[in-house]
Ligand binder design. Sequence first.
Ligand code: NAG
Ligand code: NAG
Length: 330
Amino acid sequence: MASINQYFLLMSYAIALVLVHCGSHALCRPLDSNNTALSMRDRHEQWMAKYGRTYKDLSEKEKRFNIFKENVERIESFNRASSLNHKLYKLGVNVFADLTTEEFRATHTSFEPCFSLQSMFGGSTTNNFKYENVTNVPPSMDWREKGAVTHVKEQGDCGLNQINTGNLISLSEQQLNDCDKTNHGCTGGSIKKAFKFIQQNQGILTEQVYPYKAIQGQCQTLQGHKVTINGFEKVPAGNEHALLQAVSKQPVAVRVDNSGFQLYQGGIFNGECGTKLNHDVTIVGYGTENGNDYWLVKNSWGANWGESGFMRIIRGLNMCGLTAAPSYPI
Ligand SMILES: *[C@@H]1O[C@H](CO)[C@@H](O)[C@H](O)[C@H]1NC(C)=O
Ligand SMILES: *[C@@H]1O[C@H](CO)[C@@H](O)[C@H](O)[C@H]1NC(C)=O
């Protein structure tokens, strides 16, 4: 017969076994939460490595860790409930996962002075809509397949590449960098100067001829096809059918409310977003997936965001205000 001591030894062995193996059991919450905290730290470290993120000191790192953690929890709870909530898209721990919504908004929202390309053409923006009688609209369109869409670039806080409205036309930013000596930084004024340069130069070379090098270089005199912009035509506002007619013929620049885009990972975005038109994107196609109609949208937040830099937005609901101000260059 086992002694009392042996009995206790067995019991504590059993308890230890339970403790070791109860990682997923509800009774083990206290241990579990510390494990989760640890693995969240690991995830943050791995995320930092993946996106090459460094922080200036430990307190900044701690602050970013906490934001990261909140975002991860928000992402996971959104994704768990997404089909229940009839969401057709997922969020992901992407390149913006250590920014708060407010910080993100402050750095990835267009401010009027930097971004009123259309308004600069003021008088030459017409209300003619040359696609109004288009009837042969195919069921889907992807301008990427037709080579009409430039690759996704990461837009600086206020880089010159914004002037081409989401790379609708691939103008040579490098030529502007190298050759337009009047232009520094990004203010409404500098964008105006850029356009003055384009006008005086009787056009600007395409990016293919004068490629982007990310550093300022010698101004080169290269021969090639020059692009001039004569103006923009507007697609009648609030009319998704008109937008469809236009996109069946060429990519179209639209202005949207981008709240809700920060952690978008993939799928068909069907809200929420607000009604502030604060961001320019380009619609480069459309289609239908599982009975859901969508717009194919090119963004400027780098290829690490969304579906390789692109996103799909539900079509037919004027989602995020995308029919408010569509236009295309002529
Ligand atoms: C729990 O996590 C904290 C912070 O990572 C750590 O300092 C502490 O030692 C951990 N506690 C246990 C019991 O592992
Ligand atoms: C579209 O059709 C109408 C009626 O035939 C015509 O008046 C109008 O000029 C056409 N629009 C364009 C852009 O061709």
